[in-house]
Design a protein around this ligand. Structure first.
Ligand SMILES: *Cc1c(COP(=O)(O)O)cnc(C)c1O
Length: 356
């Protein structure tokens, strides 16, 4: 085998590393914010039934417009949305890539507030979009005045706000989103990957009268469907028309559409563990604070905990004990996903002796 250096690679990819958290076979996996409860068996059987019904017609291309699935997403979200307001792709990472393909590009500055989701700069790079990350305020919070000023000064064409923010867990208020929208003429994306864990209101309520506002969601987190790769977006119908210009034809397979339809048909059951996960999240906050650490407030299914003298040593110690968390590179911190009660108990028990 020859090496990457021997190939005439696109110049801007030279020296880049593939993105992704380590995938290790560890008993307690609290590193990528999955719903660790898994899928109820009765729902799984229904998904299999829907998949089976598709298999005989896999010789045909799938519905390119996946209208039925978009209607189901509209119904799930409420807010008087209809299928014209909905779009979907293979994970919200693909949805966001399509958004950058349609609205970004070399002439358009994309702006976000960091630390935030590490895929944003990657997606910007892949779509040749210049990207800038301005710092968040104290405790990783964002206020309307700060965001409005930053946008007015930076003059971006695309702004992406993560609510609640990954990796900090911080929620933002609808006032921040209104202020951001009113501060420029470009596209405002609110990434609500963790919306179901957030007690605050969704930016979807702000869509009427705001054609440049896009709200992205995913089935990967609360919905316990990360392996199926389904993300979606709610926006004005014209935005959906723009995304049609950049999507590859038939990008959502018939099997993906069928699985997502079946899962959405059981939304209540798929989401039944959200409250339990929130209890474990709050337990992680309380207990790590008792241990002398500094957890940040979180409206998601994970907690960013600061105050580790040696986060790498704690990460390694937990890993040896069969628990994987995430070192996101913020000094002195680790990010911990809230799992089941038993997983959280194991995590907290293994954590204590590692604090020295
Ligand atoms: C996990 C995550 C996503 C996307 O995940 P998909 O699995 O691609 O849907 C998007 N945004 C944020 C902030 C996330 O944490």
């Amino acid at each position: 085998m020859s090496s990457l250096e021997d190939l005439p690679l696109r110049p801007d990819l030279v020296g880049q590393k593939p993105y992704g958290a380590p995938q290790l076979a560890v008993p307690v996996q609290l590193n990528v914010n999955e719903n660790t409860f898994g899928i109820p068996e009765s729902v799984a059987l229904d998904i299999v039934k829907e998949l089976a019904a598709e298999v005989m017609s896999l010789n045909r291309y799938p519905d390119r417009e996946f209208v039925e699935l978009r209607s189901l997403f509209a119904k799930y979200l409420g807010f008087n949305l209809s299928s014209e307001n909905l779009w979907a792709a293979n994970g919200s990472n693909e949805v966001l890539t399509q958004v950058f393909q349609a609205f970004g590009g070399p002439q358009t500055l994309a702006l976000s507030f960091g630390p935030t989701y590490s895929m944003y700069p990657n997606i910007a790079r892949l779509t040749l979009t210049p990207y800038r990350e301005l710092p968040r305020e104290a405790e990783f919070e964002l206020s309307p005045g700060y965001v409005a000023n930053a946008i007015s000064e930076a003059k971006p064409g695309l702004v992406i706000l993560c609510n609640p923010n990954n990796p900090t867990g911080t929620p933002i208020s609808l006032e921040v989103i209104r202020a951001a929208y009113d501060s420029f003429e470009g596209i405002l994306v609110v990434d609500e990957a963790y919306a179901e864990f957030n007690d605050g209101e969704s930016a979807i309520s702000l869509l009427p009268g705001r054609p440049r506002l896009l709200v992205s969601r995913t089935m990967s987190k609360a919905f316990a469907f990360a392996g199926a790769r389904v993300g979606y977006l709610a926006a004005d119908g014209a935005v959906v028309d723009a995304l049609r210009l950049v999507r590859l034809p038939y990008h959502l397979s018939a099997l993906t559409q069928a699985a997502a339809r079946a899962a959405l048909g059981h939304a209540d059951r798929m989401l039944e563990n959200v409250e339990r996960i929130k209890v474990q999240r709050d337990r992680i906050i309380e207990r790590t604070r008792d241990l002398g650490l500094q957890p940040y407030r979180s409206s998601a299914n994970f907690v960013l905990v600061a105050g580790f003298n040696d986060p790498e040593a704690v990460f390694d110690g937990l890993l040896s004990a069969g628990v994987i968390v995430r070192n996101v590179g913020i000094p002195g911190t680790l990010r911990i996903t809230a799992g089941t009660e038993a997983e959280t108990t194991k995590l907290l028990r293994e954590l204590e002796p590692l604090l020295g």
